[in-house]
Design a protein around this ligand. Structure first.
Ligand SMILES: CC(C)(COP(=O)(O)OP(=O)(O)OC[C@H]1O[C@@H](n2cnc3c(N)ncnc32)[C@H](O)[C@@H]1OP(=O)(O)O)[C@@H](O)C(=O)NCCC(=O)NCCS
Length: 252
């Protein structure tokens, strides 16, 4: 499944799926083997729904990009903290393609790119931010910026933007939240195009931006290149890896 470099400029493709009963059923059809076992073990219905849509749609999006069946996609993980192969940043075995997936109670996002790495995060927009959490994860500049927002709902929203930006970078780098959210300074990040971010130990300059997907969610994507971002939804056509558009096939 190793793909030659396409020679075309990379694009970061973002697939957005609203979480609901029909979507959970559709996405579950793409799960295989151990994923179905994991799904059965969830006690919380909501957590199970998020898992099914995140895993199922990630598998489908990657499979369509590679032109293989969802069950043929081999996803490997290895925790950068303890080395465990059952958790950590997911990678597609044998392909010049990276993906990142995130789930909230309202929607799931899958970011995928050829020849570039990505990290993505989405949160339900109506979550409330507590001061204790703000102090734990935000830099001094971020805390100052937040303290200037008088309205509590607007402050929570701004905090969620920072949170998504931080998680997107930490997921791109592969360390997750133990990678220390305060190392990612978010105040200068733009909402409409990629801004450079540095400061994460051992990483080159990364690129970070917000993405508007749905008023019910807040989301951000980080990438190793400031490539154009294309947003797609259920029913839209898939791109094939290498930039060739497939056209006929859509996310049912
Ligand atoms: C990754 C993390 C930031 C995601 O948080 P979340 O908001 O609960 O969940 P999201 O839906 O946004 O993202 C989950 C997805 O992140 C991805 N992910 C998990 N760990 C990751 C990591 N270290 N780096 C990059 N991506 C990661 C996975 O794709 C996962 O979904 P999947 O398991 O279905 O494939 C958070 O769970 C975390 O930091 N985990 C790592 C904890 C850790 O490493 N502890 C040490 C263990 S020894």
């Amino acid at each position: 499944m190793e793909l030659p470099p396409s020679g075309e400029a990379p694009v970061v493709e973002l697939w957005y799926f609203e979480v609901g009963a029909a979507e959970v059923a559709a996405a579950t059809a793409f799960l295989v083997g151990e994923e179905l076992e994991q799904l059965r073990r969830f006690r919380s219905r909501e957590a199970a729904a998020r898992f099914a849509v995140r895993r199922g749609r990630a598998r489908q999006v990657v499979a369509e990009r590679l032109g293989v069946a969802p069950g043929e996609v081999v996803i490997t993980r290895q925790c950068s903290h303890c080395g465990d192969p059952t958790h950590g940043k997911p990678r597609v075995a044998g392909a010049n393609l990276a993906y990142s997936a995130s789930a909230s109670s309202r929607g799931v996002v899958v970011a995928v790119a050829d020849e570039a790495d990505v990290g993505v995060d989405v949160e339900a927009a109506d979550r409330r931010a507590e001061m204790q959490v703000i102090r734990m994860v935000c830099t001094e500049r971020e805390q100052q910026a937040l303290s200037r927002v008088a309205d509590e709902a607007a402050r929570s929203r701004q905090f969620l933007r920072y949170w998504c930006r931080k998680e997107a970078v930490l997921k791109l780098v592969g360390v997750g939240l133990p990678g220390e959210p305060r190392l990612v300074e978010c105040t200068d990040v733009r909402d409409d195009e990629f801004s450079p971010v540095s400061g994460i130990a051992g990483s080159k300059t990364l690129w970070l931006r917000d993405v508007e997907l749905d008023p019910a969610v807040i989301a951000a994507v980080a990438a190793t290149t400031p490539a154009p971002v294309e947003v797609r939804r259920r029913g839209d056509a898939f791109r094939k890896s290498g930039g060739r558009r497939r056209g006929r096939v859509s996310a049912r």
